[in-house]
Design a protein around this ligand. Structure first.
Ligand code: IMP
Length: 191
């Protein structure tokens, strides 16, 4: 059974395919409730699972950039801030700060109905990566990747495999893949 990765972001889907064989990207506009990343991802996965038919497992990813000097901003508002201010302006906000440390965090929420279960089950897997906000560099990746530097390289300067090896999403996907390894039908490489 394929896992339906509910996202409009092809970059996220490409990263997921490095860990999971059977991923189908699905565009579905779930309700973004107010709350932390866990609550948003879990509610979105539950809603998408039901609305998409209630049979195939569903994966939702909710991520955010947390800048220390900005007291965690943009955090859960990262998507809105990227669309309105833009990534370059987030760099400008940080430019004069002495401390430009930040971290990226993602929560993967997996909604599925195990055999014999009456109701949908939602499990979450998190990953985070420390970094520094820098002047935009690099053409790869997406979103805030050009201003997020990890170990001297921005995530936009990394290949997908290099980013996955260190990134918040790579860490969460590795945990999720380990979890799936206990469910043979959905394990990478399984028939
Ligand atoms: P969402 O999880 O799709 O809501 O993403 C929140 C915001 O963070 C959006 O502006 C994304 O473009 C951005 N974002 C999510 N994941 C990443 C990433 O891995 N690198 C850079 N930006 C990201």
């Amino acid at each position: 059974m394929p896992i339906r990765f509910v996202t409009s972001n092809e970059g996220k889907a490409e990263e997921a395919r490095e860990y999971l064989d059977d991923v189908e990207r699905v565009d579905f506009d779930y309700t973004e409730i107010q709350g932390d990343l866990e609550s948003v991802a879990a509610a979105g996965a539950r809603e998408a699972f039901v609305e998409l038919g209630g049979t195939d497992p569903v994966l939702v990813d909710d991520a955010g950039l947390f800048v220390r000097a900005l007291v965690g901003f943009p955090g859960p508002y990262s998507s809105y801030v990227e669309d309105t201010l833009g990534v370059e302006r987030v760099w400008r906000l940080c430019e004069r700060e002495d401390d430009r440390r930040a971290h990226f965090r993602t929560v993967l929420a997996y909604a599925h109905r195990p055999e014999d279960a009456l109701d949908v089950k939602v499990e979450t897997f998190t990953g985070s990566v420390p970094g520094t906000i820098v002047e935009p560099r690099g053409d790869g990746g997406f979103g805030y990747d050009p201003i997020f530097e990890h170990d001297g390289t921005t995530m936009a300067e990394m290949s997908t495999a290099e980013k996955n090896a260190v990134s918040h999403r790579g860490r969460a996907l590795a945990k999720f893949a380990d979890y799936l390894a206990g469910e043979p039908a959905q394990t990478k490489g399984a028939e």
